[in-house]
Design a protein around this ligand. Sequence first.
Ligand SMILES: CC(C)(COP(=O)(O)OP(=O)(O)OC[C@H]1O[C@@H](n2cnc3c(N)ncnc32)[C@H](O)[C@@H]1OP(=O)(O)O)[C@@H](O)C(=O)NCCC(=O)NCCS
Length: 183
Amino acid sequence: MGDSAAAGSAVRLRPGTIADIPAFRALGEAVVPVTYGPIDAAYAQRMLDEWWIPEIFEKSLERNTHLVAERDGEVVALANLGRLSRSYRAFPHVTDPHVTGDREVMWKLYVHPDHQGLGIGSRLLAEVEALVEGDELWLEVVDGNDQAYDFYLSRGFVEVERVSDGRWPDDVWLRKSLGRTGR
Ligand SMILES: CC(C)(COP(=O)(O)OP(=O)(O)OC[C@H]1O[C@@H](n2cnc3c(N)ncnc32)[C@H](O)[C@@H]1OP(=O)(O)O)[C@@H](O)C(=O)NCCC(=O)NCCS
């Protein structure tokens, strides 16, 4: 990982741990409402209430690999990677994730609004890609999050499917082939 300069001060990537949970929550409060509020304010609140809470981070830290970006000693971004088959969520649209349909998924990539556009998200994505064991990285984008959707498409992801539950915004699944076949 190591240091690099982004707009003047050093950004350091390191593994995330249970000690980071309060910083994860603070990051969520800074980034979730501005990202999802314009799409669906109730959904943004639900995300914070149901997913950006200590109990969920504890579960996630047991099952997934977390990476944080620190700037001047402060957590300014978070990414994580894990397998669909180990998620506590259900994915009825994926046929038997334990057998043929498992996916390596980047569940989160969030950069604090004050630190976006400085290359931190790209660095975290590159680190996550380096951790993928198979040939594909998957992720979900909330329908309407055009900034993130465009970011991922410009970095080689393609849209695979849209999953609707009829109540909340659709999840758009993207996949990137990492070109490692035959490794
Ligand atoms: C999408 C996101 C992860 C990108 O991380 P980042 O550190 O801002 O991105 P980088 O600086 O590495 O790259 C900037 C690129 O993203 C685009 N971008 C996305 N959001 C941007 C922002 N707020 N400010 C500037 N550029 C932004 C730029 O167009 C730029 O594209 P280019 O390099 O192809 O010209 C980050 O903006 C973010 O956390 N957004 C809000 C949360 C979110 O939607 N996360 C994804 C959930 S699936």
